[in-house]
Write a protein that binds this ligand. Structure first.
Ligand code: FE
Ligand code: FE
Ligand code: ZN
Length: 277
């Protein structure tokens, strides 16, 4: 099964997102758990979540991706920002217990000049504080572009974080094609070799979701600017080789391209037509 969808607005709740996904030919989607730049959150609506679960089961939806807000930084130099990040993640994960098939993706963090080692230590400490045995939602570190002082643009950094966390079974990775190309991995030239490297350092069994984006920038630019499918430096052939790679073909693919709903519907249609596995 090809699980393909895009980022959707969570304003009207889970059931509305499920219906919107269906209307554009999607069978998965991504959404922000709360205001991406602020952090405010809606009241918990268990009926809406249950209604979404029914819809998703009826229509054979794949795993959906809950994305933590951008403001979250577990390795900020400010204690209150680090604390805020922990509170948000704890609350998000508690809420997500009510959704049947979902993963929780977050940006590992930016060390803001404190250094990579210090940043990684803070992220590990936070995850060891947040993760508990009862959490059923996999928590995913997103592969980053390496903009500013971002951590997570090298697979080795993700490995170090996972190594430091006690409840490793709760952790996974979400790979972003724009980010890893911007970070310097040769997505265009040899995506299979990138997967080999990921497998060697992190392990492909940790890969739970994929952000499918073209990039406005050249490889290794460390910029992080997404482009529409086929209109960026990756190009359509590269994107098609990603969705058809047998090692990751089972993953949910979420588009985060600069599009309105209609644009997403067209990209989904295009990718479905080019899917061969
Ligand atoms: Fe992201
Ligand atoms: Fe992403
Ligand atoms: Zn990005």
């Amino acid at each position: 099964m090809f699980y393909i969808g895009c980022h959707l607005s969570a304003t009207n709740g889970y059931l509305a997102m499920g219906k919107e996904a269906l209307s554009i030919g999607a069978n998965t989607f991504q959404f922000f758990t709360r205001n991406p730049r602020g952090g405010s959150v809606k009241a918990l609506d268990l009926d809406d979540m249950a209604a979404y679960n029914r819809l998703a089961n009826e229509h054979g939806f794949g795993t959906i991706v809950a994305h933590a807000p951008y403001t979250l930084n577990l390795c900020s130099d400010k204690l209150r920002v680090r604390e805020f990040g922990r509170e948000v993640m704890r609350d998000d994960l508690e809420r997500l217990q009510n959704i049947d098939r979902v993963v929780y993706n977050f940006h590992p963090g930016s060390h803001v000049g404190q250094g990579e080692d210090a940043g990684i230590e803070m992220i590990i400490e936070a995850l060891n504080d947040i993760l508990t045995e009862d959490i059923k939602t996999p928590v995913l570190l997103e592969t980053m572009a390496g903009k500013g002082s971002e951590i997570g643009y090298k697979f080795e950094q993700l490995r170090r974080i996972i190594d430091g966390v006690h409840l490793k079974s709760k952790l996974g990775v979400c790979m972003d094609s724009c980010h890893i190309s911007d970070a310097g991995y040769d997505v265009i030239g040899d995506f299979d070799a990138v997967l080999d490297e990921f497998d060697r350092i992190v392990g492909l069994e940790r890969l739970y979701a994929f952000h499918l984006n073209d990039s406005k920038n050249d490889p290794a630019s460390r910029k992080d600017r997404h482009e529409k499918i086929g209109e960026g430096t990756l190009g359509l052939d590269t994107i098609v080789s990603i969705i058809n790679n047998p090692r990751i073909a089972h993953l949910p693919f979420a588009l985060e391209t600069p599009n309105d709903l209609n644009g997403y519907a067209k990209e989904i249609e295009l990718l479905r037509a080019r899917r061969t596995v």
